[in-house]
Design a protein around this ligand. Structure first.
Ligand code: TYD
Ligand code: MG
Length: 455
């Protein structure tokens, strides 16, 4: 072999490289993620010293700009998350746990696009499943008649040669971790392979102007497996999330060069595939039972859309010397902080109590605006007094116990009124905002007032 082939050690979590093996990655702090890989030159051009570079033309900021005609998928939730449709020549990474429904979603997108415009070519390339498996899924989804071009291969060279010769509108690669370039000596799924394959495919997408979807699996820690680097290479990163036992699925934009991030699309997994959910609040509240202590409705915002969710808390005497705190769908550190504030500012005592918190429906929320709703759910469970079932709550809690204002209160309350709620607990600073007539307000400026609420 004439090629230089010394090895390096690459963190499979963040892509950092090291000349020597070590137990912990200094860059991302993960343990045991370094793997030996050959140093590869392919995929990234190496400057030829003898050949001089050309001169770049600089232009003013004003001037004509290319406007993109976005491709509508016909699935409203996807068009919303992508910022109004897919942009030709862009690369979209769709990440998610195995089995969450990525292949189902992308087959539905491909079928929708292929049948809406007959002259367009939609390619679905599966590296994970054999042709007949995909066909069975297509039948189940009722899209078998759609003119999607299906192939099962992992050879990126073949894929590129084929795409060069055709005129694709959309190309779906399911998944990038199975793809293989023979010029790269590492195994499929390794950082170098994933990076090199993605690089070549993205380059072609830009050149030919097609929309490229890359499916990526997610590790236990929640990163798209292997390289975070993939997130930097693509234009849009979408995460497909949901709890395995629930049928709701959320498509969330975490990066988008052509639209807003934090926008979500809500789907329900049914026996004939993913169905868009028009009114997510109604869905997330569907199984709520009135008059139960520890339950409260939070008026949240996801992206540009208001979303009501039920927050459930359970406080019970602990059998452990160190009481348990557990959360599903929220941040454990944030729960500890709220418990500490309630102890220090209101005199509640959670020291002998286990505290469990759950966001119903398998949704994950990250807004600090949920603080007050969490606090109310916890206090309601501790004191065993149910909150009024027609009440929504929002507000951020500060360390001194103050309730802070949150973004877009009016939008949250409008959604609540629409769904028949008649009471709201809101931050005091809300007063200046336009009020919604169908709701009665309780404005709270500090958590110590919560105590009165339950006495
Ligand atoms: P899949 O798209 O294969 O997931 P991924 O590509 O993310 O690994 O979806 C797998 C799950 O979805 C599987 O457990 C079965 C379920 N499913 C349905 O409930 N309804 C359907 O119509 C289809 C096609 C799958
Ligand atoms: Mg799959």
């Amino acid at each position: 072999m004439g090629k230089k082939s010394s090895v390096q050690y690459v963190c499979q979590n963040c892509g950092m490289t090291y000349p020597k093996w070590q137990g912990k990655c200094d860059s991302c702090g993960e343990w045991n993620t370094l793997q030996e890989e050959k140093i590869e030159q392919s995929g990234f051009s190496v400057l030829n010293q003898k050949k001089k570079g050309g001169i770049i033309d600089f232009v003013p900021l004003t001037g004509s700009a290319q406007t993109y005609e976005r491709l509508k998928t016909g699935i409203k939730e996807i068009d919303r998350v992508s910022g109004g449709g897919l942009v030709p020549g862009s690369a979209i990474l769709v990440g998610g746990d195995p089995g969450i429904g990525k292949s189902t979603l992308l087959l539905q997108i491909a079928a929708g696009l292929a049948s809406s415009k007959n002259d367009d070519e939609c390619f679905y390339i599966s590296g994970e499943e054999a042709i007949d498996k995909v066909r069975i899924r297509a039948q189940r989804l009722g899209v078998a008649e759609s003119p999607v071009k299906l192939a099962s291969t992992t050879e990126v060279k073949d894929i590129i040669a084929t795409l060069e010769k055709s005129n694709p509108t959309v190309v779906i690669i399911d998944s990038i971790q199975t793809m293989y370039l023979e010029d790269v000596e590492s195994t499929p799924g390794s950082v170098s392979q994933v990076r090199a394959c993605a690089y070549e495919l993205i380059k072609l997408a830009k050149k030919k102007g097609f929309v490229l979807f890359l499916v990526g699996h997610v590790t236990k820690q929640g990163a798209i497996a292997g390289p975070r680097i993939l997130e930097h290479m693509v234009d849009t990163v979408l995460y497909f999330e949901g709890e395995r036992g629930h049928h709701f699925r959320i498509l969330r934009a975490v990066k988008n060069r052509y639209g807003a991030t934090d926008e979500i699309g809500v789907f329900e997994m049914q026996d004939r595939g993913l169905v868009e959910v028009e009114n997510p609040s109604a869905l997330f509240l569907a199984e709520r039972q009135g008059n139960v202590s520890g339950s409260c409705v939070f008026a949240g915002i996801e992206g540009s859309r208001p979303l009501l969710v039920e927050i459930q808390a359970l406080v019970s005497p602990s059998g452990y010397s160190a009481p348990k705190r557990a959360v599903v769908g929220w941040d454990l550190g944030r729960l500890s902080m709220i418990l500490a504030v309630l102890e220090a500012r209101c005199g509640f005592n959670f020291s002998g109590q286990d505290v469990y918190l759950n966001i119903a429906g398998g949704l994950k929320i990250s807004e600090p605006a949920a603080d007050l709703a969490v606090a109310m759910a916890v206090i309601s469970s501790l004191s065993n007094k149910p909150l009024p079932s027609d009440m929504v709550i929002f507000g951020e809690i500060g360390l001194s116990g103050e309730i802070r204002a949150v973004t877009q209160p009016a939008l949250r309350l409008k959604e609540a009124a629409k769904l028949g709620f008649t009471n709201a607990i809101v931050p005091t600073s809300f007063g200046k905002e336009k009020k919604i007539t169908d709701l009665s307000y309780y404005e709270i400026g500090n958590v110590h007032r919560l105590i009165n609420w339950f006495n």
